[in-house]
Unconditional design. Sequence first.
Length: 137
Amino acid sequence: MVRPPRTATCSEVDARSRLKAAQAHLEVAELVLAGASSDQYAAVACSLAVLAGIAASDALTCRRLGLVHRGENHQEATALVEGAVPDGRKVASTLRRLLALKDASNYGLTPLSMQKARDAVRWARLLVERAQGELEA
């Protein structure tokens, strides 16, 4: 197999490391969201959820393909995850939803709503659970 551009090879150990990172980001996102008292905290929870989703997707592609995306444009990672697992279209769609919130949660001038943060945490949880299922099978 020819390695796709903007990827790096990785091992089972790397996949497990990315899963642990995804779990940690999700855990903190859920804590922030649970204690959020303003929309500023919603953006923090959303940002952490995006990181959790990226790490979970890395865990999946690393486990299945031995590759992780290494480009600056995370949207390109969706193609890699789409081809990595049988339900790749669904996984990639969930990742795309999260990535659509990345700039607003990290650099946006307008605070994100609590609903957007709840959605982001829910989508991240789906990706983390999918990666857990893959690596713990």
